[in-house]
Design a binder for this molecule. Structure first.
Ligand code: NAD
Ligand code: LMR
Length: 330
């Protein structure tokens, strides 16, 4: 077993996603069975009592890998020496809202958190933003923490990838592990583009395996784009267990080598890859090499249909960037 524990900060730790996430991290599902973890749990004052209860439950699990728990409402304490910061804490949307409607209420959370990360985190810190609208919240935090290199900032589009893979696997009638190389381009919003054309299923290009272009270009895309809203409608609350699962998948995907025929969907800082606007936090196909370094995977074909959709989601993200500039958040 590695002896030095890895510090993982989870914000919004007493919330729905937090409750689904912490026990999996503490059991070793985030960083593996040989890595002890210190959990640094951030909440706002009114939720500290609830967080106390969650800490009691963590204690009562007697996880051998859990080397410590720091529960706090203080930003500095939450991010001190942290190696992974999972920024979940923020308000979820209600039925009838778009995620971008949350920018006014949630955006302000990420500016001070960005500063606190820059000033207190470990030198190798990596940050995954889950709180919505996650791409632009990540942009806010990163823009306020320029000391932390741009390649350490991520926003979560993995839940969309998992949703898209399941839709395709069900349509073809195979297991979900057969679906590979599926990227979610752009924003974690209803403009995202789940790219079926570059994905494969059972080694075949998805369009050739599915043999239903109308479905791929229509219901498949809209089902994935609107899945979050469908869950809110059905459950009366936004996705939590599947979101926590996707956060685990994202970190595992970013810390283990990617198979050559596959990719990890995650929103990263664009350097103009595939014509995307530089500086945005943009959903792109990522690969991790044997040394643990990540890069944007090359070679995805962008046809006219895809180019139109990349433009729509780019324009939305540019609009969100303008909005947060006006709010003085970046
Ligand atoms: P929740 O309301 O159950 O929990 C949020 C928690 O955050 C609460 O306990 C609250 O007290 C805390 N919080 C609020 N402001 C905070 C702050 N400034 N600092 C620290 N903590 C703070 O919500 P949830 O269901 O856990 O969802 C959290 C966020 O994740 C929402 O914005 C939701 O839309 C988003 N989300 C994103 C994805 C994705 O795929 N990117 C998926 C699901 C949910
Ligand atoms: C999701 O995709 O389930 C989350 O982003 C929650 C939401 O608001 O849709």
């Amino acid at each position: 077993m590695t002896t030095t524990p890895v510090h993982v900060t989870v914000t919004g730790a007493a919330g729905q996603i937090g409750y689904q996430l912490l026990f999996r991290i503490a059991s070793g599902q985030l960083l593996g069975p040989d890595t002890p973890v210190v959990l640094r749990l951030l909440e706002i004052e009114p939720a500290m009592k609830a967080l106390e209860g969650v800490v009691m439950e963590l204690d009562d699990c007697a996880f051998p890998l859990l080397a410590g728990i720091e529960a706090t409402s203080d930003l500095k304490h939450a991010f001190t020496d942290t190696n992974w910061a999972l920024l979940v804490g923020s308000i979820p949307r209600k039925a009838g809202m778009e995620r971008s409607d949350l920018l006014n209420v949630n955006g302000g959370i990420f500016k001070p958190q960005g500063r606190a990360i820059a000033e207190n985190a470990a030198s190798d810190v990596r940050v995954l933003v889950v709180g919505n609208p996650c791409n632009t919240n990540c942009l806010i935090a990163r823009s306020n923490a320029t000391e932390v290199p741009a390649d350490r900032w991520f926003a979560m589009t993995r839940l969309d990838q998992n949703r898209a893979e399941t839709q395709i696997a069900k349509k073809v009638g195979v297991g979900v592990a057969e679906v590979k190389n599926l990227v979610i381009w752009g924003n974690h919003s209803s403009t995202q583009f789940p790219d079926f054309a570059n994905a494969t299923v059972g080694g075949l290009a998805v369009p050739a395996a599915v043999k239903d272009d109308a479905w791929l270009r229509g219901d498949f895309i809209t089902t994935v784009q609107k899945r979050g809203a469908a869950i809110i409608e059905a459950r009366g609350a936004s996705s939590a267990a599947s979101a926590a699962n996707a956060a685990i998948d994202t970190v595992v995907g970013l810390t283990t080598p990617t198979a050559p025929d596959d990719c990890v969907s995650v929103a990263v800082t664009s350097h103009g890859e595939y014509g995307t606007p530089e500086g945005l936090t943009f959903g792109l196909p990522v690969q991790v090499d044997a040394a643990g370094a990540w890069h944007v995977k090359e070679g995805f074909a962008i046809d006219e249909f895809a180019a139109e959709r990349l433009k729509i989601t780019s324009d939305e993200l540019l609009g969100e960037r303008d909005d947060v500039r006006q709010l003085g958040l970046i």
